[in-house]
Design a binder for this molecule. Structure first.
Ligand SMILES: NC(=O)c1ccc[n+]([C@@H]2O[C@H](COP(=O)([O-])OP(=O)(O)OC[C@H]3O[C@@H](n4cnc5c(N)ncnc54)[C@H](OP(=O)(O)O)[C@@H]3O)[C@@H](O)[C@H]2O)c1
Length: 304
């Protein structure tokens, strides 16, 4: 039986990946920070030496996007240097590695510059027109992260590409899974004591349900069509549209107001356009994930 290491098993994705591997007959060896702290290179080497796995799915990361702006060193250590350590171990053992990356490697301006967004009043009406022009990012598009988290995740990508041949870099976005806190949980929690909510409508992307992604990651491990892929649920929405859908399927009656990014300042900048094309998955005969709406419906049912 093949032994697969999974990092970040107490997070959203790692949790579902372990279950998927179990289901498919692998020996899934889940790691948390007590067993292998990503800040400790020596510990990483020791774990790989002791276990000698047949593959690694690296789901753990420093994911607190706003806090990362103040904790640059730790974020770099976990999201970039630990990835280098893991990739070196994978190289030494000659095993495949799956590294999970993010839409935040992009600046989110694809299709926007042409519309001279900066030169006009930034209103919801104007943004609704602009959103139509957001272009999909492909895997080959130039990256240009605009926050510390995105920059360090991209550094992680570079280490994986430089060190390994047998790798998958899988860029995902707007993640939700049963084991952790996410946008859906937050919306449902806030709706309990509010009559209306303001939600950003000029950032567009795709939600990713970890339960849908996990089977694809295991498929990848079983294949040799290595490379960088975008893998989210199908279709695009703004956070506002995402929120409306959540309340719809959960049967929650609440007023949701669309707002622009500048009406909700955060420590870390976020990309406006996070649309990532999934064509490459299809062209390489990997499964495409179902629509984000169907995934949200399932998730809301599952957490009831
Ligand atoms: N969440 C999103 O919206 C999103 C979007 C795009 C990409 N991604 C990427 O997708 C992957 C999975 O995300 P997720 O939402 O499942 O993350 P998550 O729920 O935040 O879980 C991250 C996991 O990483 C672990 N971790 C953090 N620092 C560590 C350290 N020093 N040593 C060992 N473990 C450490 C955490 O352990 P503790 O439980 O002990 O803290 C946690 O279990 C990550 O690579 C992330 O960058 C996420």
């Amino acid at each position: 039986m093949k032994k697969i290491l999974i990092t970040g098993i107490n997070g959203q994705l790692g949790y579902d990946v372990v279950r998927e591997l179990d289901k498919r007959g692998y020996e899934a060896i889940g790691l948390d920070r007590k067993i292998m702290n990503l800040t400790n290179s020596e510990e990483i080497r020791r774990v790989f030496n002791d276990i000698s796995p047949d593959g690694i799915i690296h789901c753990a990361a420093y994911t607190a996007v706003d806090a990362a702006e103040d904790n640059i060193e730790l974020c770099e250590r976990v999201n970039a240097l630990a990835v280098k350590d893991i990739a070196k171990c994978a190289k030494y053992l000659d095993i495949p590695m799956i590294y999970i990356s993010t839409d935040y490697v992009f600046d989110g301006m694809k299709g926007i510059n042409q519309n001279n967004v900066d030169e006009v009043d930034y209103t919801i009406e104007y943004n609704n027109i602009c959103k139509e022009f957001y272009l999909e990012y492909t895997e080959d598009d130039k990256v240009n992260p605009i926050n510390v988290y995105g920059r360090t995740k991209y550094e992680g990508e570079k280490y994986v590409r430089d060190i390994l041949d047998k790798y998958y870099i899988v860029r995902i976005s707007w993640v939700f899974g049963e084991n952790g806190n996410n946008f859906i949980d937050t919306m449902l929690r806030l709706s309990k004591d509010r009559d209306e909510l303001n939600v950003i409508d000029d950032q567009v992307g795709s939600p990713t349900y970890t339960k849908d992604l996990a089977p694809l990651l295991v498929d990848m491990l079983e294949s040799d069509r290595y490379g960088t892929y975008h893998a989210t649920n199908d279709g695009y929405c703004s956070w506002y549209e995402f929120a409306k859908e959540i309340f719809d399927v959960a049967g929650v009656d609440i007023k949701v107001n669309p707002i622009t990014t500048d009406m909700y300042p955060t420590k870390a900048k976020r990309p406006f356009n996070s649309k990532m094309s999934k064509e490459k998955l299809k062209n390489n005969n990997f499964r495409n994930l179902r629509s984000w709406k169907s995934a949200v419906k399932d998730y809301v049912e599952n957490i009831k």
